[in-house]
Write a protein that binds this ligand. Structure first.
Ligand code: 8DG
Ligand code: MN
Ligand code: MN
Length: 371
């Protein structure tokens, strides 16, 4: 029996970048429910609602113990009426009708299936649904035109919708490292994204590549891609050139998630663990490889700390850092630079620690950025 006086009260600061959020989530049921509503809002192009649910979920992820009573939530930030209603339903009835009916709705299911194709966003999925396409079979029968990314996405649908393990990420790290040092000795490869935050699985593997001498990284991506391609490691790739110019672009649009690094979105052909390093004698009875999504980004060393911070995530943590910078510090943060609007100058940083210091924030290590 819980006595009201013994109920643990929680207190958390309002920006996710002021909090330590580990992977040890004590409120998985609640955060899964709110994340599902966030996802549904994002898939329906209601980004505002999406962020509101993401922020609410992130507050619960930061709590040191499970929520057992609504009274514990008094004074917590980012919990709007809608989120509180969902939490209350789950605490009282073990489930939220809204979450359950969203999960079961044909529209949500179709959006999930269709955006599960690499290269398909919510807009395309919505257009297809309005044309009566709700699943992969209907898509294939429809004669809808698919771009190169979507064709690859459809072809490798099952593989790409299966979580990437840490062991697979490590195997890919070795391949990327070999590619990078082969084409530019001294260049450095860092695993970013969820795996840098300590996650054991992910939807892709993210890498940041740089060279300690400024300028040596120019032209690196095409060489890395050529090496990987000639070794048969790539099932698909699309490289985008670097287009960032500090003078021309000025303080980067702080609200945008896009940056202008040279990047490569790819699909790797990864040999199954038991097959790695084995030469084929007879044709295999089963497939010996699987497709894995890999993101490569090249940054000059002068922007490396910003790129590392920007590509480590989580997405909400990044968004909150930029919001903090803009609203609380009159600064603009991007994956390239930090601009101080009051001093009208860029603030340089050689490490993530220095960026947090410029922002007046306590340093949060990657493993505690799982907001
Ligand atoms: P997961 O793959 O395990 O599911 O999670 P994740 O690693 O956290 O997510 P992600 O989608 O791979 O994204 C990793 C980080 O990269 C995240 O902080 C968002 C960031 N990111 C993109 N696209 C872009 C972009 O265009 N510019 C910048 N600066 N960051 C980006 O995903
Ligand atoms: Mn990732
Ligand atoms: Mn990624």
């Amino acid at each position: 029996q819980i006595n009201e006086a013994e109920v643990v009260l929680f207190s958390v600061p309002s920006y996710a970048c002021q909090r330590r959020t580990t992977l040890d989530n004590h409120n998985v049921t609640l955060t899964d429910a709110l994340s599902l509503l966030a996802e549904n809002a994002e898939l329906s192009d209601e980004d505002g609602r999406g962020v509101a649910f993401r922020r609410a979920a992130a507050v619960l992820k930061a709590l040191p113990a499970p929520v057992t009573a609504m009274s514990q939530l008094t004074g917590l930030p980012c919990l709007g009426d809608h989120s509180l209603r969902v939490i209350k339903d789950i605490l009282e009835n073990e489930a939220s009708d809204e979450v359950e009916s969203t999960k079961q709705s044909d529209r949500f299911k179709a959006l999930k299936v269709l955006t599960g194709i690499f290269g398909v966003g919510s807009k395309t999925a919505d257009r297809w649904i309005r044309d009566g396409i709700h699943n992969l079979h209907q898509l294939q029968e429809s004669g809808a035109t698919l771009n190169r990314a979507q064709q690859a996405g459809l072809e490798h649908y099952d593989d790409l919708n299966q979580q990437v393990t840490k062991a697979e990420a490590d195997a890919i790290t070795e391949i990327v490292q070999e590619a990078v040092v082969s084409v530019l000795p001294g260049a450095q490869v860092v695993l970013t994204g969820g795996f840098r935050r300590g996650k054991q699985t992910g939807h892709d593997v993210d890498f940041l590549i740089t060279h300690p001498e400024e300028g040596r990284e120019v032209g690196l991506m095409p060489k890395v891609v050529f090496w990987l391609e000639s070794q048969g490691f790539l099932l698909y790739q699309k490289t985008t050139r670097n287009s960032y110019l500090e003078v021309k672009d000025g303080p980067g649009r702080p609200s945008s998630n896009m940056d202008r690094f040279e990047r490569c979105l790819s699909i790797f052909k990864l040999a199954k663990k038991e097959e790695r390093g084995i030469k084929l004698t007879n044709p295999p009875a089963h497939r010996r490889w699987r497709a894995v999504r890999v993101d490569l980004v090249v940054s000059p060393i002068s922007q490396f700390a910003f790129a590392l911070l920007g590509w480590t995530g989580s997405k909400l943590f990044e968004r909150e850092l930029r919001r903090w910078a803009g609203h609380e510090k009159a600064m603009s943060l991007s994956s390239h630079a930090l601009y101080d609007n009051k001093q009208s100058r860029y603030l340089r940083a050689a490490s993530e620690e220095e960026i947090f210091a410029h922002l007046g924030l306590e340093y949060i290590p990657p493993s505690e950025r799982n907001a």
